[in-house]
Design a protein around this ligand. Sequence first.
Ligand SMILES: [Fe+2]
Length: 850
Amino acid sequence: MPGLRVSVPDLDRRRFLALAGVGTVAALTGAELLQAASAAAATAELDPTPFTLGVASGDPAHDSVVLWTRVVPDPFAEDGGMPDRAVRVRWEIARDEDFRTGRQSGTVSTDATSAHTVHITATRLRPDSWHWYRFSVELDGQQVSSRTGRTRTLPAPGRRVDELTFAFASCQAWQGGPYPAWRDLAEQDLDFVVHLGDYIYETSLGSLAEFRRLHALYKTSPDLREAHARFPFITTWDDHEVQNNYADDVPGAAGDGRPFLERRAGAYQAYFEHLPLRAASEPEGPDMLLYRRFDVGRLASFSVLDTRQYRTDQPCGDGRRVPCAEVDDPAATLTGPEQERWLLDGLSASRATWNVIAQQTIMAQFDYDLGPDKVVNLDQWDGYPAARSRILGHLAQQDVRNPVVLSGDWHTSWVNDLLADFDDPTSAVLATEFVGTSISSGAGWDADVRLGLPANPHVRFYNGSYRGYVMCQVTPERWRSTYRIVLDARDADSPAYTIGVFDVAEGTPGAVRVDTGDGLTGRVTDDAGAPVGQAEVAVTRDGSQVATTFTDPDGRWVLFVPEGEVTVQVRAVGYEGVSRTLTVDGSGSATVDATLTRLTGARAGTEVLVPGPRREAGVRDVVLENGELALAVSVVTQDGQMTPTTIGKPLDLAARGGQDQIDWINLPYAQVAQPTGTEAWQSRTVRSSEVQVGGSGDVAEVSTVGVVVGVEQVSVRTTYRLAAGSKDVEVTSTFRNAGTSPVTLWVGDAIDYDGAGQRSGVPGHGTITTPYGSPAVYVPTAPWMGMTGTDRQVYGLVYEQGGFDCYGNSNWIMSRRQVTIAAGGSFELVRRLTVRTALGADPWQVLAEA
Ligand SMILES: [Fe+2]
């Protein structure tokens, strides 16, 4: 079994990352995986053959630990490059690197039924001690050894422990980049590592061979193998080890057509095969026991949960939405009744100082909606509030000492107070939750979380910009969580930093920030000293942007940049922007506070950007702004869905205190046929080529001239006018018929809001519930239409005249009116484009009153 190579790659990793969409967690197709695997195989630094995937240890007890390896000369071949027969593997463990002290050894047989993996439970070990271990096989008549791994036993039961240091991590999508976070973790001084799931991300294929190939692919990372070789791991899974958002036997996606439990069985088997788990976890078909408990002397007890295998299906159709009645079903469970009983009994019986629940999804409530509606993630504990209440209630009733919940899944860093009643911010803090960011998986929902923070004061810390892990130092008096992040998860050599340090004092639930950590930090306030949230902070170097973020509700921000001279620009809707140049030293730390003054007057110009992660406009497009709003009109930027008719149309729009949430507003369109169908909103029928900027100090003006495509005798001039202090932009479109006969056209505008919770409103119909793909006609009872989302910015068009209908659904809305323009005559479409924050029960009220 000499070292083999798989097929020559036709796709390098960089190109593959581009194809797969960096930072997304979309399932790869089997074909993409094959390409990735072959690329990885050609370039990977593997361990010496045949132990190419390294060694690992795990599930430590005070007197035993599991040792793991796999005999696999060719990790991507279906047979691993192994003959179809048993091989004997020798193992050794000792208390020193040279295998002289306390040495034990043995041999074990392994074969293709377990992919030639090896699980040894080394017993009769000394508690609380480092041990070293290695494997060897006979190859071509010679004994060939694996690398030497290091592992550690736990302290003896009931013993006082002065300090425990461990790290927890999760979510390592291979397509998110190499693993600098694992490299940084491997350099720490840890007793063990807890992995909270998404160790792999599935593909559409559900075969055992596919899951084995995935586990092999992930272990091509030298940094992940190094972490395994240096510390014992305690692992549990989340959903992607099998399939996104699956629940027990209910699939979360279509897969490849095989019965779901067959996929689950293959996934579980490959998971067991590739991780250092005890024999008790060995799967039987689609079932595998993974919840278990680890006691670290009398300092800490870790209950490690499995919240996927026994959960009831996500209620109300899953996703982030307003929960339906089903969410309150008391029988809904994430753990299943048996595991829940085991958890509660274990917590009651524990005599540990710190009682840790290590599990997958966020336990704290998080309401994404800033208004009275509640929009929650139904895949997390928010979809199972009765089960959450039972556990939190039990902690209170049984006086469980110092409960700490560790979570993953959501690829972002959080510190949460777990409250007796999340809807009452003054209610008792029952436990502390630390949520770790991902090792590499992206967080496309970061902006939605950030915008929702003001509605969730029990979230004490949040950052979604960076990948990393959390390190915990635990003593009898204090729990300390240090959030480590990497500058760039796509760079194997990325530097790593601390983004915050949080302490929980023994006896007092709730974490307190004790150190802001490294980084370029600052606070943005207005000239009255009030915090400015949702301000954009951009760092540029030599004219190009190197980092960007947004302020939190308290006006605070943090960014990490390599050392050197940088310019920090701060901008917020309704304020004058500020910028400052400074030199960042090797520590990467500096403070840049900013005071913003309200914009007076109104102006229009280029080189200005509307803040927001959904911004499309660039510095060459024009922005109209005053102290209330900012509107970007395209001068050069084309939007894919509007090409080539984007010029002269709004790309970005936000109110003071908000961020741009629209894709674009098609203002106006004009066509002979009535727009209809799923793509009606993209009516690319008014094409302009030029934008003029004008106006004086109190009124800013932008205008654009174009033609109706296919009806070129009709010209269209659109003028945007913004007055100082106004919350509306007056927009007039003049359609002029230069032809010799009358022309009949459908004219109007379409709004495409892209933020979370997107919904449309029409007077007389309130919020439209028609689903995407089947737009419907609504006759408005007043001359306006609008869109909004969880951030509660309401985007509206208020027309001077009625006589139109609204056509659309929750994802987009358009106005339609038919006009006949006489030869040599003209028609004027006059409306106000507005954006306002509306926190009340009826978001559309602000448009009715506008
Ligand atoms: Fe994940």
